[in-house]
Design a protein around this ligand. Structure first.
Ligand code: CS2
Ligand code: MG
Length: 409
């Protein structure tokens, strides 16, 4: 069997997605997610103009060799665009291997370590009553773990609050990236946020009691000492995790946070290689790895990451927002089912339009996800439906402080 063709499919049901479809000379196909929010076309071009031709004639069964070839032969390594492109090839080859073996991917990765994968959902509110309603809605939808995001008094639209209207006028609801020629600018004030958030968690705990797992995303906005302060202030509310509390290009920054708080820390959705995690894991500075299969180079390197993390009792918490396509989500669920150190899986259900393009075998029942037992990844792409949703330019917002300084969004 040889790879005959590699096609890049860009579609926009509710939001933009980039998918690689590899077809073998026997007619077996494999899918891979290459979606990089707000920079989708860069990865599509990387695949179309530089990778597709290199795959023709290759043995699809040699996944690791192909991964190493794409990573090393490019000379220029790492980074979100390169690693999303390599990820799509890796996922597609694992999909093909599963179909050839007539086995679901998780069986090829060592079989199931559990019956299903606990998921967490995104509750949010501009006011406390709205937030509490949103938590109830997610619990009614089956979620047994809830991420809590809240508006901050005195600030307009901020990350993670579904009902707040962005500068563009659209709600955040489904996806933070908004269609348009320019990114939306938001105002940010870390002091106001730090004064507001602990009280919100106090109220949520008072309403829902001590057991409900609660998560919060700091979304890279605090300095290490601010993150330490928030982590400490949230300790009484026993969070499942505080995520992306500070930008972690400088991994040592987490030492200061760790020094001051026992609130569990999750980091890594913007990371692309194991080296971005090396110090964080080796020195026990985090508790969950947030990498996403699509931005981390695929199933092969993500498996190596969680195996490395397992040695330090660090668990998985794979990134799973709307900009990870159902192909990427399926790949993460197969891996999550097969690894021992599974922690939790983020899950925002795909919209009806997205599911009309990506028909997926994975299920969400009673708060638990399962990849299904279809061969390979278990996702089919309806190319006619995909064509009916052409690409639309969209950007993630960005933030400025009150004095106009650009800040992490
Ligand atoms: C977020 C994401 O889900 C999360 O944890 O950090 O929604 C993130 O903002 C988007 O994936 C960016 O594209
Ligand atoms: Mg996040």
């Amino acid at each position: 069997m040889r790879i005959a063709q590699a096609d890049v499919i860009v579609t926009s049901p509710s939001r933009n997605f980039v998918t690689l479809k590899i077809t073998t000379d026997d007619g077996v196909t494999g899918l891979g997610d290459a979606t990089l929010n707000g920079r989708e076309l860069a990865v599509a071009a990387y695949l179309r103009d530089h990778v597709a031709a290199l795959l023709a004639g290759k043995d699809p069964a040699r996944i690791e060799d192909t991964w190493q070839f794409l990573y090393r032969s490019a000379y220029w390594r790492r980074g979100p665009v390169t690693m999303a492109a390599i990820a799509a090839v890796d996922m597609a080859l694992w999909d093909i291997k599963g179909k050839v073996a007539n086995l679901p991917l998780y069986q090829l990765l060592g079989g199931a370590c559990r019956t299903g994968l606990r998921a967490y959902g995104h509750a949010s509110g501009t006011t406390l009553p709205e937030l509490i309603d949103s938590i109830r809605e997610h619990m009614a939808a089956g979620y047994t773990a809830i991420r809590v995001q809240t508006a901050v008094p005195g600030l307009g639209a901020i990350y993670g609050v579904a009902s707040s209207a962005q500068v563009s006028g659209e709600r955040y609801d489904y996806d933070p990236a908004h269609r348009g020629a320019q990114p939306a600018e938001e105002q940010w004030d870390t002091g106001a946020y730090l004064r507001h958030v602990p009280g919100v968690f106090e109220a949520v705990r008072a309403e829902f009691g001590p057991e409900l797992p609660l998560l919060h995303d700091g979304h890279h906005r605090m300095t290490p000492i601010q993150a330490a302060r928030l982590g400490k202030a949230l300790e009484p509310y026993d969070l499942f995790w505080l995520e992306d509390c500070t930008p972690a290009e400088n991994q040592d920054a987490l030492r200061l946070v760790r020094q001051h708080t026992t609130t569990p820390l999750a980091i890594g959705e913007v990371f692309n290689t194991v080296w971005d995690f090396q110090t964080l894991i080796r020195d026990q500075l985090i508790d969950y790895v947030r990498a996403a299969v699509t931005h981390f180079g695929g199933v092969s390197p993500l498996k190596k990451l969680v195996d490395f993390a397992a040695q330090y009792q660090v668990k998985s918490g794979f990134h799973g927002p709307t900009d990870i396509s159902p192909v990427g989500m399926a790949a993460q669920l197969h891996l999550g089912l097969a690894i021992h150190n599974f922690g939790i899986q983020e899950y925002m259900p795909p919209s009806a339009a997205t599911s009309s393009v990506f028909r997926h075998a994975f299920t969400f029942v009673g708060g638990s996800l399962h990849p299904g037992d279809a061969a390979g990844l278990g996702v089919q792409l309806d190319e006619d439906a995909a064509v009916s949703f052409p690409y639309q330019q969209a950007y993630l917002p960005y933030a400025r402080l009150r004095d106009g300084t650009v800040h992490d969004w």
